[in-house]
Design a binder for this molecule. Sequence first.
Ligand code: AMP
Ligand code: FE
Ligand code: FE
Ligand code: ZN
Length: 293
Amino acid sequence: MSQKVEPGNGGGTPLSSPPSEGRADLHSHTTHSDGALSPYDLIQRAHSVGLEVLSITDHDNVGALDEATEWGAGLGMEVVPGLELSVSLGEKDVHILAYFFDHRNPDLLDYLTFFRRERLKRAERIVHKLNSINVPLKLEAVLEQAGVGSVGRPHIANALLDGGFIASYHEAFERFIGTGGPAFEKKYQLSPADAFKLVNKAGGLSFLAHPGKHISELDLSQLIKNGLDGIEVVHPAHDEKLREYYRGLVNQYFLLESGGSDFHGGKKNDDHTLGLFTVPMHVVETMRSRLFS
Ligand code: AMP
Ligand code: FE
Ligand code: FE
Ligand code: ZN
């Protein structure tokens, strides 16, 4: 289905005049992690809303990239290799977006396999905790939701919803699996320095994903010292004020900028975001020139 969406610059604020260059969305998910669409369907949707570049950034998984690149090429769309990793920053769970790495790098692939195994063990622990508080969710129901994708809390939320244990997707996080909830379990996480090294060795760039209001300048300077290349400025969780704030930090610390919709589809009810949270093409070219010049 073709959907007409005005190209925007994030925060849901449409641009007043048509952009003179193409638009890129550098943050999206498929069925290879917690997204609802297959790589093929996501590429079709992205093309139908007028995107010229899409980065697929599945959690701990690069399985969508080959297929998506091929589907994209057929439509004249570029697919930038992407990935979303989780790192621990003190007590915080911080997300890192990686771009332009070699998605066949053996070390990287080994790590991703390990992370996905750890995710599976964590899902088992969460189901166990749920069962112990009289929520008889079965692991099989979660695995059915995850399919080939890296299993995560969104799959558990979907399984709880489909099983009639909760009335909305968000209730899963509020009542059970959100940070500090009765069935919360931590994920295996790298240190930021190790994550940046992994991405760097595979030839890619690392960005701080959707920092929102949760990152202090002290934490940020620590990440920069450890090898962070840029910040995701445009994201549905950032209003205009936050975008300006992070753009300022990007300039101040000579970092790169990124941005996208973090589109997942399905029960997340974020269908409207694809095509609205974008960056201009020169942002992609600046990343490329940092790597390849
Ligand atoms: P995981 O990587 O398995 O810890 O799952 C993290 C994902 O769960 C995030 O990327 C969000 O999509 C989702 N999530 C985390 N916290 C919440 C929340 N409070 N409400 C809704 N979704 C959430
Ligand atoms: Fe996600
Ligand atoms: Fe994220
Ligand atoms: Zn994401």
